[in-house]
Design a protein around this ligand. Structure first.
Ligand SMILES: Nc1ncnc2c1ncn2[C@@H]1O[C@H](COP(=O)(O)OP(=O)(O)OP(=O)(O)O)[C@@H](O)[C@H]1O
Ligand SMILES: Nc1ncnc2c1ncn2[C@@H]1O[C@H](COP(=O)(O)OP(=O)(O)OP(=O)(O)O)[C@@H](O)[C@H]1O
Ligand SMILES: [Mg+2]
Ligand SMILES: [Mg+2]
Lengths: 163, 165, 165, 163
């Protein structure tokens, strides 16, 4: 209903503004109804201004920036109704090392409340996990679970093996 | 309402039984391309009642049954079980753990089990969705789908917000 | 017909002149998110006559002009130059190097230069495309666009093949 | 025209079959016209069978497998008409380390004929390049080119710093 939508929208909006600043280490962002008179049929505009940059349509942002903005949006929505568990499948794929770090820090925070399962190819993300499972095909075409030692990942992290 | 365990057998690339225990706050799943990581995500969606074949990257519903490999025959049925820790009483059941099972036979016959007893899909869905006013039972972000949250189409975007409200 | 040099000034995030020399068989371009790597690709497409604003991730054609930053004023015009080594005589010109320049003013005025002389876009396009029977002048695979080659829509796929034929 | 399309199609088809085997270290793949009677309006089917696996619709393949199939398709088409230069923007993003290696080996082969410019976040891909340029924003909002020493990348590769 209209009031419920507007209430939730306002919550997401303030969450998103705060989360964007956290993911980008500054700057500002906002979401606006293109047609505030008709919220239930209105489109939604996203304005994102990374630190030091001008506000541009988000279609002009880079692959990694869009991924960070998506993560901020995902958690902005999540905060209005935290799910007991969340599965993230390679959301860190386009991120550089500094952004993978920020992503992991934000996830670690929410992991105090919800359980996270994260699929990744990034060593930094692996190092941020509490437990690691490997999924591989020792027999071609058939999946099996293997144990992966976090200590191996973390020590290779220390010698600068990054994503 | 934490996940305790996920077990699959005959589902997609899980040609033999595989199980995962999820006890930590953050569990990482890693491995080479094409080895089954996203299939773990599909198994979770499927056992919780996902019907959309597109969401499961399948052409027809029986496509999720292990279709065999060079060294293993196809499976007759797909089965996935997910076990939740219910000690916080989030789910309106008396048991400490809640186990949901979904099974699909090659001929299309489908069944659901709740704590190993036959159950109806709508009861299971009601269980998961009824854990509080519009509570989101789970949050899944699929591989390559993150961009859909910031769709360039303002109407698609509004739909994302509507689902949250 | 190798690229020798790419120079940009006022194009997208290149608020001040930047140039790249490409002499090796494989040149890697690296750097943090949002710093301008894909803008180098956009600059190459743009100087070679790309008109599609969607392909350039722009809303309007003047969106490619550097719009300023917290510490630098917007640019009045965008300019990109690409220089090719023509010693193999692929391009039907007598000069050893061929330089193509494209300039766009804030007011929308657009100009092209060939070896620093005013030229028409169609002459430049003819030059690049006319290097042999239907020769593909360049091959660009954009970020996130690889999947379009194996589109699930059989008709989209056929279009990919048609362009090759 | 019909004959030209069919000739090119057959060339791409045989290139693709060979390239797939190279990218996947075996297996087989094919492309077929869904309506061979009407080639100019027919759709195109892709059948891919990685080593040890069954033929499945490619929509069921993983993100990384689809990327490898796309690379095989890209080069299959490229071979019918090699362009003097090619720019690849983060095509290796979803690949695991073994697949990044195979991708780099294939690119190195074509680099004997064409000039390649590769944008990447993967250290293994960087190590396979002859030269590296860094693009960064020392002044926020303004891009600059910086030099990147391949030797730093290659030495971190030797201590096992992977993708
Ligand atoms: N019904 C099925 N029967 C047998 N194998 C299947 C079935 N459905 C999917 N697969 C297999 O699962 C593979 C894809 O697995 P999945 O998407 O989980 O990979 P992944 O580990 O996520 O890889 P990536 O890192 O590339 O994303 C396909 O290549 C296919 O071999
Ligand atoms: N007209 C413009 N004026 C100023 N800045 C612009 C303009 N157009 C694009 N940009 C900037 O370029 C950035 C995107 O750059 P680009 O896509 O090249 O990043 P990238 O290095 O490829 O990053 P990634 O690794 O995430 O793909 C935008 O964030 C924006 O700041
Ligand atoms: Mg996957
Ligand atoms: Mg980019």
């Amino acid at each position: 209903t209209r009031r419920m939508f507007l209430e939730t929208f306002e919550k997401i909006r303030s969450n998103f503004a705060r989360l964007f600043r956290r993911m980008f280490g500054g700057g500002s962002a906002d979401i606006l109804l293109t047609n505030p008179e008709e919220p239930l049929t209105s489109g939604v505009e996203i304005i994102a201004k990374p630190p030091g940059k001008e506000a541009l349509p988000i279609s002009m942002r880079s692959g990694g920036e869009r991924a960070m903005i998506s993560v901020a949006m995902m958690f902005a929505i999540y905060e209005t109704n935290p799910a007991p568990f969340a599965i993230l499948d390679e959301v860190d794929a386009p991120l550089d090392e500094a952004n993978v770090d920020r992503f992991c820090t934000v996830v670690a925070d929410y992991a105090k409340v919800s359980q996270f399962i994260i699929i990744t190819h990034h060593k930094k993300t692996m190092a941020a996990c509490d437990t690691l499972y490997g999924v591989t095909m020792q027999e071609p075409g058939t999946s099996t679970r293997v144990s992966v030692d976090l200590r191996d990942v973390r020590s290779s992290e220390l010698v600068g093996a990054g994503a | 309402m934490r996940i305790v365990k996920l077990e699959m057998d005959g589902f997609k690339s899980f040609g033999r039984p595989v199980s995962f225990e999820f006890t930590a706050p953050i569990t990482g799943v890693v491995g080479p391309n094409g080895c089954g990581k996203s299939n773990v995500v599909d198994a979770t969606r499927w056992v919780l009642g996902e019907m959309s074949r597109k969401a499961l990257r399948a052409g027809s519903s029986t496509d999720v049954i292990f279709s065999g490999s060079a060294t293993r025959k196809p499976a007759n049925r797909a089965e996935v079980s997910i076990t939740f820790d219910n000690s916080c009483g989030t789910l309106p059941l008396s048991s400490r753990t809640v186990k949901i099972t979904r099974r699909l036979q090659k001929n299309g016959d489908s069944e659901y089990l709740l704590n190993d007893e036959p159950a109806k899909l709508r009861d299971i869905k009601g269980l998961i969705e009824g854990t509080g006013a519009g509570m989101s039972a789970y949050s899944i972000m699929e591989q390559g789908k993150m961009d859909s949250l910031i769709q360039s189409n303002p109407d698609d975007r509004r739909r994302v917000f509507e689902e949250a409200a």
